[in-house]
Design a protein around this ligand. Structure first.
Ligand SMILES: *Cc1c(COP(=O)(O)O)cnc(C)c1O
Length: 242
């Protein structure tokens, strides 16, 4: 085992401990997603072999290559793959064919393509609606006032199963400030979850994981706290360095 793999295992253990502590403190059952963007499959494999099952990927090509790598080399690990990044129309097909979830749905055109391209034998694709909860500059996510109409339209797509909401609040200076958008998202989720049958609220990353659990997240997305700092010049692609 290389030294860096040992470090990854230690970081994962620390994240799990912190999440278990927060779940106990706030009486929650928040699950952990490991976000592996820019890291190669061997780093993800170590985390998967330590029992982690839910993985998130941001880039279509890189993510699809990793799904294929695991399907080929470690089908026994039965990973649940979430696509969590922006998705362009020309990349929907490989994502619809491979991923279990797409957590960044904010455009009907993309949702319809995923619905049309989802292979029947895989069953419905789970999706989350991405909400732009606090950052009017950001291009990702629908605005809260658009949510009910958007959710109703999505519910008509038979090959998609809408499970809830996702957001990426802007980083804040203090825990109190960080909780403002997290609580706003939770309120939006609570206001609509029964009508739409939602069960998943994905919020919280490395820096705000515990705040997010306190505010009611059901699924935190943790990258750097598990895998270390990202080097975007080393984006992992099959064939180039795999
Ligand atoms: C990269 C990313 C994460 C993980 O971020 P960290 O700060 O490294 O934990 C979570 N969610 C999304 C949507 C991301 O793009």
């Amino acid at each position: 085992m290389t030294k860096s793999m040992t470090v990854t295992a230690a970081r994962l253990a620390a994240v799990r401990l912190a999440l278990e502590g927060a779940n106990r403190q706030y009486d929650r059952a928040t699950q952990l997603m490991a976000v592996g963007k820019t890291f190669g499959p061997e780093a993800l494999l170590e985390v998967a072999q330590a029992g982690q099952r839910i993985f998130g990927e941001n880039y279509a090509q890189e993510g699809c290559d990793k799904v294929d790598w695991f399907a080929l080399h470690h089908p026994e690990l039965e990973i649940e793959w979430h696509f969590i990044g922006p998705l362009q129309a020309n990349k929907t097909r490989p994502v619809a064919e491979r991923f279990d979830w797409v957590d960044s749905i904010d455009r009907m055109r993309i949702a319809k393509r995923l619905n049309d391209q989802r292979p029947q034998e895989k069953g419905p694709l789970n999706v989350l609606i991405e909400v732009n909860i606090d950052d009017e500059q950001s291009k990702s996510g629908i605005r809260p006032e658009e949510l009910p109409a958007f959710a109703r339209e999505l519910a008509s797509l038979a090959n998609l199963r809408v499970r809830g909401l996702m957001a990426i609040p802007a980083p804040a200076e203090t825990a109190a400030a960080q909780k403002v958008p997290l609580k706003a998202l939770r309120s939006l989720f609570d206001a609509h979850k029964e009508a739409f049958g939602w069960d998943t609220l994905s919020m919280g990353m490395s820096a705000d994981m515990v705040c997010a659990v306190e505010c009611g997240s059901t699924l935190v997305r943790v990258g750097s706290a598990i895998f270390g700092a990202r080097d975007y010049s080393k984006k992992w692609l099959l064939g180039s360095n795999g």
